[in-house]
Ligand binder design. Structure first.
Ligand SMILES: [Zn+2]
Length: 80
């Protein structure tokens, strides 16, 4: 059973349009994701480009647990 709660997938504008018809978007995506000084970044490995970089603006953030509850943390506590 999937625990995905994703409503809209993130795509790379540069290479998504090159995706062959028979390949699913999740099989086409080649992303690296990680924490940054400002927040969280998604980069396309294929294009070596930024896809998404979210700045938390020093706001408190929360990690959603598998049971749906949220564990709050400050951004500087996200590197683990
Ligand atoms: Zn790309």
């Amino acid at each position: 059973m999937s625990d995905s709660q994703i409503l809209n997938f993130v795509h790379c504008r540069s290479c998504f349009k090159l995706k062959p018809f028979h390949i699913k978007p999740k099989d086409w995506a080649r992303f690296e994701v990680g924490w940054t000084r400002q927040g969280f970044q998604v980069r396309c490995i294929r294009c070596d480009k930024n896809v998404l970089h979210i700045d938390f603006c020093n706001q408190k953030v929360g990690f959603v647990r598998d049971d749906g509850s949220t564990e709050e943390r400050k951004p500087d506590e996200t590197n683990h």
